[in-house]
Design a protein around this ligand. Structure first.
Ligand code: GUN
Length: 305
């Protein structure tokens, strides 16, 4: 069997079009422009790339983008003061503080200082609790993107066996909640799981979110299963030649060994071009959702869980 490729890039483009349509509606009918504030502390190169991309796509969909870049040694009180200003700014409907934060900053304290209604990452403890209890919440972007791809491919997920590999607050745990919300039978597997291959082999849906390059081989996958690969890992690719400084070229791979898994799975997301583009598309979707809720307007269908 050769798996169908789930095209995250194409679905993300569809989500962005829907977002842009809603933004146009908000501007025309209500004279409201949704606004997203992104806060970056320090100069982590990967974070800088993500933040630039988020800002660009925010503007491309017609929304306002506010970028706040702070020095790596910014005192916690200054960051909390900025978040307080953004919480009280009616032009700002979504606030995202890029993680990881420098070590001297208390990540939980910072995230929980964001107004839950503006917490487009869905990381505030109030949103985590609301998602877990089936109440209206902001839903973390990467798991939301994975859910949209699964619904797009399968329609209904009810009754399916799902295994999530990884128990992070950003992906694994909220992903499990979303799958449970769609009536899957959910297992969260992790580094201490006793029989990881056997556990994964029982799954109709596998979501790999561990951050270890190509750790899930094809022989862990049940024939016909759907595989969602959240990993984005850069590995050396000497077969591609060398850079000017003599170091080997690199390439991106997921947490799943794509070649062997694609030979067994029914459907699989590629890396790049799978989950990655969906994450930012869902951030834009969450910003529109937050803006509609803040203004007491009907929220658009199909942009949240
Ligand atoms: N760093 C890695 N992933 C994320 C994310 O989804 N949101 C934020 N704020 N930071 C991240």
């Amino acid at each position: 069997m050769t798996a169908e490729i789930i095209d995250g890039k194409a679905l993300a483009a569809t989500v962005r079009e829907k977002v842009a349509g809603q933004v146009a509606r908000l501007k025309e009918n209500h004279q409201i422009t949704p606004g997203l504030a992104v806060v970056l502390v320090g100069e982590d190169p990967a974070s800088q790339v993500y933040v630039r991309s988020k800002g660009k796509q925010t503007v491309e969909t017609g929304m306002n983008s506010y970028e706040h870049k702070l020095e790596a040694d910014t005192p916690e009180a200054d960051l909390l003061a900025l978040i307080d200003t953004l919480n009280n700014d009616p032009e700002v409907h979504g606030i995202l503080v890029q993680l990881p934060l420098p070590g001297h900053l208390d990540e939980d304290l910072v995230i929980n200082s964001i107004s839950p209604e503006k917490d487009v990452d869905g990381f505030h403890v109030s949103n985590v609790g609301r998602l877990g209890t089936g109440q209206k919440s902001m839903v973390p972007c990467t798991p939301l993107g994975c859910l949209m791809m699964l619904r797009e491919h399968h329609g209904r997920l009810s009754g399916m066996d799902a295994v999530v590999i990884g128990r992070s607050n950003i992906v694994g745990k909220p992903m499990a909640q979303l799958l449970l919300g769609d009536s899957c039978t959910v297992t969260i597997a992790h580094s201490r799981t006793r029989d990881l291959p056997g556990t994964v082999r029982r799954a109709d849906i596998v979501v790999a979110a561990v951050g270890r390059p190509q750790m899930v081989p094809g022989d862990w996958i049940k024939p016909g299963a759907t595989v969602i690969d959240v990993g984005i890992n850069r590995i050396a690719a000497p077969e591609r030649g060398v850079n000017e400084d003599g170091s080997p070229k690199s390439r991106l791979v997921g947490d799943v060994d794509f070649e062997s898994a694609a030979a067994v799975a029914g459907a699989i997301t590629p890396v790049p071009g799978g989950v990655g583009p969906m994450t930012i598309a869902c951030l834009l979707a969450n910003t529109v959702t937050a803006c509609c809720r803040a203004n007491g307007l009907d929220e658009p269908e199909g942009l949240t869980a």
